[in-house]
Design a binder for this molecule. Sequence first.
Ligand SMILES: CC(C)(COP(=O)(O)OP(=O)(O)OC[C@H]1O[C@@H](n2cnc3c(N)ncnc32)[C@H](O)[C@@H]1OP(=O)(O)O)[C@@H](O)C(=O)NCCC(=O)NCCS
Length: 143
Amino acid sequence: MEHLRIEPYTKYAQQQVIDLWATCDLSKPWNDPILDIQRKLIHSPDLFYLAWIKDILVGSFMAGYDGHRRWIYYLGVAPQFQGKGIAKQLVEHGENHLIKIGCPKINLMVRKTNTPAIGFYKTKGYKDDPVVVLSKRLVTDAH
Ligand SMILES: CC(C)(COP(=O)(O)OP(=O)(O)OC[C@H]1O[C@@H](n2cnc3c(N)ncnc32)[C@H](O)[C@@H]1OP(=O)(O)O)[C@@H](O)C(=O)NCCC(=O)NCCS
């Protein structure tokens, strides 16, 4: 998309990111967005990108690479900017970064009910894996 800039997260964008995640329904009561951002900045800030058009935050993409697989989180595009290829550019940007750092495979989790996101990822070549995702929370962030 014309004039789209994909740049690393900066602290000046914190409130805009929190607002974007809320608008995209990416915020969940059990995740504190400020803590999620702070933890990301400690570990791999270079894997947290924002998409801008002028001074409007239009998208976000967070990833983690543990030396074996890469995980994607917090992919979201502001509703009024969806359908313009912004998520596609964010994911491609992330995939290119991944190739450069030698990661062989990306994993991601999408809620089964999130058919738009599943539809999007399928167009990008992502497939269903026959696995069950288990998780265990070690720190409770809920307010
Ligand atoms: C999923 C989401 C990120 C897609 O963003 P977007 O910027 O609208 O997507 P794009 O415009 O880049 O679409 C890229 C491709 O995906 C396709 N696509 C987008 N939304 C789709 C949908 N709902 N169903 C099927 N395909 C879809 C587009 O048609 C396009 O295909 P093409 O390249 O063949 O033309 C956006 O809908 C969103 O922010 N949703 C809310 C947050 C969310 O659920 N994030 C995922 C959490 S796991």
